[in-house]
Design a protein around this ligand. Sequence first.
Ligand SMILES: O=c1ccn([C@@H]2O[C@H](COP(=O)(O)OP(=O)(O)O)[C@@H](O)[C@H]2O)c(=O)[nH]1
Ligand SMILES: O=C(O)[C@@H](COP(=O)(O)O)O[C@H]1O[C@H](CO)[C@@H](O)[C@H](O)[C@H]1O
Length: 334
Amino acid sequence: MLDEVEGWLRRRSWSAADRPLRTLCAAKEAAGAAGTISVVLPALDEESTVGGIVSVIRRELMERVPLVDELVVLDSGSGDRTAEVAAAAGARVVHRDAILPRVPSVPGKGEVLWRSLLVTSGEIVCFVDADLREFSADFVSGIVGPLLTDPDLQLVKAMYDRPLETEGAVVPAGGGRVTELVARPLLNLHWPQLAGFVQPLGGEYAARRSLLERLHFPTGYGVELGLLVDALGEAGLDALAQVDVGVRHHRHQDGQALGRMAATIYRTALERLVRTGRLKGEDDLVRPLLTQFSRTAAERPGQGGGFAPHTHAVPALERPPMTSVPEYRARRAA
Ligand SMILES: O=c1ccn([C@@H]2O[C@H](COP(=O)(O)OP(=O)(O)O)[C@@H](O)[C@H]2O)c(=O)[nH]1
Ligand SMILES: O=C(O)[C@@H](COP(=O)(O)O)O[C@H]1O[C@H](CO)[C@@H](O)[C@H](O)[C@H]1O
């Protein structure tokens, strides 16, 4: 690990307990407008978990203490009762298609995170996944805390244990599969300054709007890696930090879904290597497609055996910095 990163780990890694809520409320009051906080939950078919998360944030961080100013669930095109459940629990729910309709929305987590900047007003924006179970308010207060007390910080990521919990089986620290197999190796090899992040892909992070609005947003699952790499470039390592908030329990996707996620994350990294001149142009990427396989119903001797190929596009669409969007500038000027 680079000496710089070892020093960063000592200076910029904390525990949620290091900043008690009373300290944060005092810092928020002293910060004035700079201490306003918007929490955003990107949600695609999360009816079973979104309500519990919203309820905890409202009760603990809006009613018991006035830490969070607005709580928005960004509906990413859900087909279930996500919107109803989130609204009933006390969130403002906005559908992705209702935001900036002149730019038709595309599927993807990053797409809704980008659009959320247009419908929120906090100077600190905190993203929280909507599939978390056993959610604690520390996931929010822990990561917004340093942004309230340390003006030099720009982005703070949560770090946590990530057990892999599937039907009946729990593998301690088995979660974060794409992190361990793809993102951490990529970051260590190409952006070693970021090697100190324990959970670089974690979906819980908070940042100053003044940073987020200057960054490109990959529209899919590349958003975490893209924002972290670009935040390093924009703000420098010492403007970044991480906070231990305990254990993260969430719904786990299957291996092939994570394979598609990994391909998108790799492509997002490749794009940044090209953008910074460390790799030649797109000719380094032969085909933005990923073929996976499933067992066919019946073995078909002489016709490729018993497996069927399924080919998926590997998207790399990125949204421009919000500061380049006229509607965003007009809203901020109003
Ligand atoms: O197109 C998408 C994909 C995901 N998500 C949300 O983004 C968060 C993280 O997604 P997911 O749980 O699928 O990722 P994982 O944690 O499995 O890597 C969850 O709140 C999803 O509902 C979303 O809003 N739109
Ligand atoms: O970290 C990971 O490897 C993946 C998959 O986690 P699991 O192996 O299902 O625990 O989960 C994260 O990755 C996504 C892409 O960055 C984020 O959007 C998710 O919030 C995060 O859970």
